[in-house]
Ligand binder design. Structure first.
Ligand SMILES: [Zn+2]
Length: 503
């Protein structure tokens, strides 16, 4: 009896000690939170007028995930020049109509003429020619676009053209590229990356393709579905197609092997280019949906490319029907769609009235990439309400929108989405092309729109909540994110205590 009593007393003491410890840590946590809130309020109100300090704090800030980034646009041009060396490719340093070569383009063929060789520089030669090296960096990315006068293309053309320049080098080593992105992500306190990595494979059946490509603009949903069904049936029953899809999923698993660790995860979105002919878009989309069933690393599907392109605009509604059709075949596949990456004047105004709506209501997108033209949508208020209640998150890419669309500050719809409580996430889009990182995007977000610390945290948590991870994985990542915030707030509190003010 006495022994039982003793045991009970020991247990009671342990419970009290545990309660004390957690209440102390809760107290400390609250104190750290308060100190961080105060410090952050000073930082964004201009009391501490120091852009470098803002960058420092935004680099330290736990940022959860980057949910909108394109793999090949995320690596810097310098990496691609390093890879040229390994691939034994060269870059032309001038145009030549007779040789049919273009300045800044990569030559991938080893056997070029003597005349061609003279104009094609190895990676080393490019680096040694300081003026040309700088020119390559400027053409392969947005470097120096705005800081001095020089001959330049329109910004959207400059942006999208960069991919054509570096694409031959980008295939060198997916594993090495993913590891570069991982190291960079971890250095700025990220724990998860969801990247658009590789376009899905397509097949060509000329007879069936013609039926899709010849669909009239006003074709009924029934007519559209009839020709899509025929193509989907073919792809489902053709062993070569199935093999291609399996190989694609396998290639992604191979590239990603060993990238995940206890503090970092990577997942992939498959995609197609919206400026391809309709049958090719559909064929790629079928593969993109199908391969999400083949690998857990492939967590969703997207559609990419300039939205203001002639074909992209012409086929937008058809593309949304393709998504709707494929969602019926693959109901568990999640969609994040680029939609509304347009500004008034880029296309006739009717083109700005329905893209986000159709991505949400027809295609069934769970996230919207950009969503910049929301203010021009026909029924914008109803759409905002739908996005709020159905929790459709908007991926905000501030630097990219400023560069490609010329939309920034108050002209950007960030405050409209905030006002209607549509969930936001902050992302990079193409940090290699834009030469930015996620921390600098957060610095823009907080300095321009001045969210409270609480709202800033919500936006960070959104990046895990609205990711396409499985629910159990999300729960683990959310807990890890809370621990990261505990550490972050503890260091901010310490900073304000010891020496206190950084200004
Ligand atoms: Zn994008």
């Amino acid at each position: 009896m006495r022994r039982v009593l003793l045991l009970m007393i020991i247990m009671l003491q342990a419970v009290i000690a545990f309660a004390e410890e957690s209440s102390i840590s809760n107290q400390v946590r609250q104190r750290n939170l308060k100190a961080t809130e105060q410090y952050y309020a000073q930082l964004i109100s201009g009391t501490i007028n120091n852009g470098a300090e803002l960058n420092l704090i935004m680099t330290m800030l736990p940022k959860g995930a980057d949910l909108h980034n394109h793999y090949s646009g995320s690596l810097y041009a310098e990496t691609y020049i390093d890879w040229l060396e390994k691939l034994k490719y060269c870059i032309y340093n001038e145009n030549d109509a007779v040789l049919q070569v273009e300045k800044f383009r990569i030559e991938t063929k080893p056997l070029i003429s003597e005349a061609g060789r003279k104009k094609c520089l190895t990676a080393d030669a490019v680096r040694n020619d300081k003026a040309f090296y700088r020119e390559v960096l400027k053409r392969w990315s947005n470097k120096d676009y705005n800081n001095h006068y020089h001959e330049q293309n329109a910004p959207d053309q400059q942006f999208f053209d960069t991919f054509g320049y570096f694409s031959a080098a980008s295939n060198y080593s997916a594993r090495e590229g993913l590891n570069i992105l991982k190291v960079r992500a971890k250095a700025e306190n990220l724990q998860y990356l969801e990247t658009m990595f590789k376009s899905a494979p397509d097949i060509n059946n000329p007879n069936l393709a013609k039926q899709i490509n010849d669909l009239p603009q006003n074709a009924s949903e029934k007519d559209i579905y009839q020709v899509l069904s025929a193509y989907a049936d073919l792809m489902a029953s053709d062993p070569d197609t199935q093999q291609k899809i399996t190989n694609y999923a396998k290639s992604i698993e191979e590239a990603a092997a060993g990238v995940d660790d206890s503090e970092f995860k990577i997942r992939f979105l498959s995609y197609v280019s919206r400026n391809n002919p309709p049958a090719q878009v559909f064929s790629g989309l079928y593969s993109a949906f199908a391969c999400t069933q083949k690998s857990k690393l492939l967590v969703g599907v997207n559609i990419v490319g300039p939205e203001n392109g002639y074909v992209a605009m012409r086929d937008y509604k058809l593309h949304m029907h393709m998504f709707k059709f494929l969602k019926q075949l693959f109901p568990s596949t999640k969609l994040s769609l680029h939609a509304g990456e347009l500004a008034l004047g880029m296309v006739p105004p009717e083109g700005l009235t329905f893209h986000i709506h159709d991505a949400v209501e027809v295609a069934g997108a769970k996230r919207i990439g950009h969503g910049v033209d929301i203010g021009h949508e026909s029924n914008a208020l109803e759409l905002l309400e739908v996005m709020k209640t159905q929790k459709i998150a908007v991926e905000v890419n501030l630097t990219s929108n400023e560069f490609i669309l010329g939309i920034k500050n108050e002209a950007h719809p960030v405050n409209l989405y905030r006002r209607y409580h549509v969930p936001l996430v902050i992302s990079t889009d193409d940090p290699g092309v834009s030469r930015n990182n996620l921390s600098s995007e957060y610095a823009l977000f907080v300095s321009r729109y001045k969210p409270t610390y609480n709202e800033l945290k919500e936006v960070v948590y959104n990046s895990i909540r609205y990711s396409f991870l499985q629910e159990e994985e999300k729960a683990i990542e959310l807990k890890a994110l809370s621990r990261r915030f505990d550490r972050f707030e503890a260091s901010i509190a310490k900073l304000t205590r010891t020496g206190g003010k950084l200004n």
